[in-house]
Design a protein around this ligand. Structure first.
Ligand SMILES: [Zn+2]
Length: 99
């Protein structure tokens, strides 16, 4: 019974340090117990996986990629419309000058 209480308290302490991000200049990996822990920016916690192997990170990378592509597409459309409008106004101005 005593052992159970102790392990529960240890578990809480375990959770606490995992949520504390490494300070600037500190390594993102640290060895605690027998395991190596990696600071995962996606989980905002120390995890046994590397950020590169993070399932959240992969999802976010895909989403970010899609958003970036969507943003580029929108930008293209906007600039095309802008150029068209600009050309139209130049043509209109030229027409006026010719007459
Ligand atoms: Zn993660």
């Amino acid at each position: 019974m005593k052992k159970d209480v102790k392990s529960k308290r240890d578990q809480k302490q375990d959770e606490a340090w995992k949520k504390i991000p490494p300070k600037q200049g500190e390594p993102l990996t640290k060895k605690v117990g027998k395991k190596e822990w990696h600071w995962c920016e996606h989980h905002m916690a120390y995890t046994i996986h590397k950020p590169a192997d993070c399932c959240l990170g992969k999802d976010q990378a895909i989403k970010a990629n899609m958003q970036a592509k969507a943003a580029i597409k929108e930008e293209d459309d906007d600039s095309t419309n802008y150029v068209k409008a600009l050309l139209a106004s130049i043509n209109a101005a030229n027409d006026d000058n010719d007459k």
